[in-house]
Design a protein around this ligand. Structure first.
Ligand code: SF4
Ligand code: SF4
Length: 429
């Protein structure tokens, strides 16, 4: 018998017990101090005979203790390979336009990125490419995510692609749903109803704090505020589809995030919103291009992250997901992002960066880069880390930006150490 290397342990803040969490299996146990010592003492000092047999049984049953002959590197390798290559679920991200109707202070996409928009011809060709791919893979479920720029600035392309895919999935009995990341300006009830007909299930709308804070960071290009329009659209669409509020915060705007929760409570949105999600504003150090992946975290903001989650729970909102397996789409074989001219990437943050392109809807096959991405085994650098199943080496895009090598790790351990136990308590205490 030996300890699993995927166990993390945290003292409970509400009693003298300890939380044991297995990051690979997701098992969580609350244990007393003598049992906790199995995982904190040097292994040679652990006396399993002093532990009650029923406790040992439970620890074995939930894989906190495992047989000596089990090689957990092999178990993780198999787990990682299975997640990356399983074809039951496919996610495509469509960027119908790079244009945006706002001029957010932390985003310089509008000034530096190309302002291209997908033509209807390319939209039609993209839909055909997607249909051919799905017809080959035949997944059980298919998610189409709409991203931008502001995707609703090209509603025609969205409707064309979504309509074709909806019909195809209906014929082939593939579960189909659409999500959208929008700034909310054009998300009227009419648009929500039209897109719901096509399969829209969820919209993620950004509010960066209360009116004054939000209007400072997310104004129209002429400086006018956008908060009132967005809130009005949220109130009008909340009963049509699921809405996630995405609140981007910096150290300076944390209190405004709490005030935002109070303001949303005034409209009784606790039970109407699918989730309130707080994300640190992360800009990479080289070109300040903002990046948008829900898995990104920031070690310096661990305390704030936990506090905002707590404030949301206290007011009856559903906070963002807690701790769980989070494998990046870059290594997943069937996740793709399609940009406005039909180029294919492995992550929305990489769209438009020629050297990171893995293919095109107009080319026969993927490039060698696709093979490199989907076979990356950066996790081997993290063999001794208990967070490996949650992180698998962190964001490869940030590794490229910060270390110049996409096959390096971008370590999130400080953040995970900072939030882990407290989030587990928030969710399960
Ligand atoms: S490369 Fe980074 S930003 Fe892109 S999907 Fe992976 S974790 Fe997210
Ligand atoms: S990148 Fe850091 S936190 Fe993530 S698995 Fe590797 S060592 Fe652990």
């Amino acid at each position: 018998m030996k300890r699993s290397k995927f166990v993390i342990i945290f003292p409970s803040s509400i009693d003298n017990m300890f939380l044991l969490y297995n990051t690979l299996t997701g098992s969580l146990l609350k244990v007393d101090e003598p049992t906790a010592k199995i995982f904190t003492l040097p292994w040679e000092d652990v006396n399993l005979n002093s532990i009650r047999p029923e406790n040992l049984d439970i620890l074995t049953q939930f894989s906190f203790l495992i047989p000596n002959e089990v090689d957990e590197d092999k178990i993780f390798e198999h787990f990682f390979f299975r997640i990356n290559f399983e074809a039951t679920s496919v996610t495509f991200t469509l960027i119908p336009t790079e244009k945006c109707n706002l001029k957010c202070t932390y985003c310089i996409m509008g000034q530096e990125k190309n302002n291209s928009t997908m033509s209807l011809e390319i939209a039609k060709d993209t839909a055909e490419w997607m249909i051919n791919y799905l017809d080959t893979i035949h997944p059980r479920e298919f998610f189409l995510h709409l991203y931008g720029g502001e995707p609703l600035l090209n509603l025609k392309a969205i409707e064309l692609v979504s309509g074709r895919l909806k019909e195809f999935c209906r014929q082939k009995k593939i579960e189909f749903s659409i999500s959208i990341a929008t700034n909310g300006i054009l998300f009227t009830s009419d648009v929500a109803k039209r897109l719901k007909e096509l399969g829209l299930a969820r919209a993620s709308i950004t509010l960066d704090g209360t009116r004054d804070f939000h209007n400072q960071t997310r104004p129209f290009p002429d400086g006018r505020g956008t908060y009132d329009i967005i809130l009005k659209n949220i109130l009008k669409t909340k009963d049509i589809i699921d809405i996630i509020i995405n609140a981007n915060y910096s150290i300076e705007t944390v209190d405004s995030m709490v005030d935002l929760l109070d303001e949303l409570s005034l409209y009784n949105l606790q039970k109407k919103l699918r989730m309130v999600k707080f994300s640190p504003i992360i800009q990479n150090i080289r070109d300040k291009k903002p990046i948008g992946c829900s898995s990104l975290s920031n070690a310096n903001l661990a305390d704030i992250h936990v506090r905002l989650r707590e404030e949301a729970i206290k007011r009856g909102f559903i906070p963002q997901e807690g701790i769980g397996v989070n494998i990046c789409g870059v290594t997943r074989a069937h996740d793709f992002t399609f940009d406005t001219n039909g180029d294919i990437y492995k992550c929305p943050a990489m769209a438009g960066i020629e050297k990171l392109k893995v293919g095109s809807i107009y080319e026969e096959d993927f490039s060698y880069l696709y093979i490199r991405f989907t076979t990356m085994n950066r996790w081997k650098k993290c063999r001794d880390c208990p967070y490996l199943p949650l992180c698998a080496g962190g964001c490869p895009y940030l590794a490229l930006l910060n270390k110049g090598n996409i096959e390096e790790i971008n370590c999130e351990r400080k953040f995970l150490d900072g939030v882990g136990g407290r989030i587990l308590e928030q969710d399960y205490a």
